[in-house]
Design a protein. Structure first.
Length: 453
């Protein structure tokens, strides 16, 4: 039996190659996520902007057959691997591992200045929204709970939802009504045959002449003047009031989870540009993630030094201030905002705060934070920035939290220090460099944290 293989058209092969190339690019981008999300210019972009990411060029190998020359080259025989052109360098045998000669990499390691060309990189483009989607696998708000009104009912319009036996004529479903009428026809035909003992054609002709009225059809059959006017049974719908079907229209109600996020940032004089950048970067990604994950989530922004104030999103990500540090002022404002606008019975409340921890009233800050946790909020996330030469090992807010909330200390696989509450939904992290952004985001958005056993 011969086997015939159908060749793919060039167009299909091209589509398949393009799809595979794009998949390879996505794999390369995922591997570079920790580096990509720490880029400073991304947090100033809009979500419809394009992000350019350098990735290594994907080369397609080009194999060229060599010519075997017995005894040629430096080898001693035809099987020594050096008997022809293009078959490798040096003696060898099957199973040997082929590798680059030491020191052959251009421009790498110590030594004299290199003159060999480097590796080629290309820039691939990806929308910021698509990049966010790639980062969102297995992420979400931890400790999300049902509230009395934890879901908003949003009316999107109207939709057809089933059928009913009453309604306005404008909503009459003719097809469904006709099907019900056909079922009635067959039922009446069988019943008429049972009552009269006549065959189907006679009963059908009587039903047809009586316009579907079974009593009149029975009288016609019993009449001596009755004449069969049909030669075959042609079913027709016999529609009674009970057979009418009307489309049922209902409001198209979509339920949305209701959550609010309070984002707070220290903008005091001790917050250097790098500290502010890392705080803004993490809060930027948290905001963008939550807008994708949840259709109904409000995000409120608070900046503070010794005093705190509510600001809009643009101001939050671009403001530059100075002064001392009193984190309690931000917690007091957050408590006031939540108690007046976001009652715990109706909202899932999440609070995130970023500071370098150099607070001149740390114990008061811890006390105000406890009020937030006892409100209760679903999560209190705190990021302390231990960055650059201005960092002091004796920053005092995080130790106050540790003493106030009995926190358990641990480290992530990347070495990021985290402090987690056992009885309270508090999570603290220590951020030291750009590479910590991605691990911190994963910790803050771990859905199974504080999940009930």
């Amino acid at each position: 039996m011969s086997i015939v293989r159908q060749k793919e058209s060039p167009a299909k092969r091209g589509q398949k190659d393009a799809r595979r190339h794009r998949e390879k690019q996505r794999e390369a981008i995922k591997k570079k996520l920790p580096e990509i999300i720490s880029q400073e210019d991304i947090i100033t972009r809009k979500r419809d902007k394009i992000v350019r990411i350098p990735i290594k060029r994907l080369d397609i190998p080009d194999f060229r057959p060599g010519r075997h020359k017995k005894g040629g080259g430096k080898g001693s025989g035809e099987d020594d691997g050096e008997g022809g052109v293009g078959v490798g360098q040096g003696p060898g045998k099957p199973g040997d591992i082929i590798k680059r000669k030491p020191g052959s990499g251009p421009g790498k390691g110590p030594g004299k200045p290199g003159q060999e060309p480097g590796e080629d990189f290309i820039e691939t483009e990806i929308e910021l929204a698509e990049l966010i989607e790639m980062m969102l696998e297995d992420l979400g708000l931890p400790n999300l709970q049902e509230r009395n009104k934890a879901e908003l009912e949003v009316i999107l319009g109207f939709k057809i939802e089933g059928r009913q036996k009453t309604g306005p004529w404008s909503l009459l479903d003719r097809r469904a009504s006709a099907k019900a009428g056909m079922r009635r026809f067959w039922h009446l035909l069988v019943e008429l045959k049972r009552l009269t003992g006549k065959d189907g054609l006679i009963c059908f002709s009587a039903l047809r002449q009586a316009d579907g009225n079974i009593l009149q059809a029975q009288e016609l059959i019993n009449s001596p003047d009755f004449v069969v006017q049909h030669t075959e049974i042609e079913p027709f719908p016999i529609i009674d009031t009970d057979d009418l079907r009307f489309r049922r229209v209902e409001e198209d109600i979509h339920k949305e989870s209701q959550a609010v996020v309070i984002a707070m940032m220290d903008v005091s004089g001790s917050m250097t540009p790098m500290k502010k950048y890392l705080a803004r970067s993490i809060l930027f990604w948290l905001s963008e993630f939550l807008r994708v994950l949840y259709q109904k989530v409000e995000i409120r922004f608070i900046v503070h030094h010794t005093t705190a104030r509510l600001v809009d999103e643009h101001t939050f990500f671009h403001t530059a201030e100075s002064g001392g540090t009193r984190c309690a002022s931000a917690y007091e404002l957050a408590n006031e905002l939540i108690s007046t606008n976001y009652p715990a019975s109706q909202w899932n409340v999440y609070v995130w705060h970023f500071s370098d921890g150099e607070d001149w009233q740390p114990q008061q800050g811890a006390s105000e934070a406890r009020k937030l946790l006892e409100y209760p909020v679903n999560m209190f996330g705190y990021g302390e920035l231990h960055v650059d030469e201005h960092y002091k090992a004796d920053s005092n807010l995080l130790p106050s939290f540790k003493g106030e909330f009995n926190l358990a200390e641990s480290k992530t696989a990347e070495g990021v220090t985290i402090f987690e509450g056992k009885s309270l939904p508090f999570l603290g992290v220590v951020i030291k460099e750009k590479g910590d952004v991605w691990p911190v985001l994963r910790e803050f958005l771990r859905k199974d944290r504080w999940a009930e056993a």
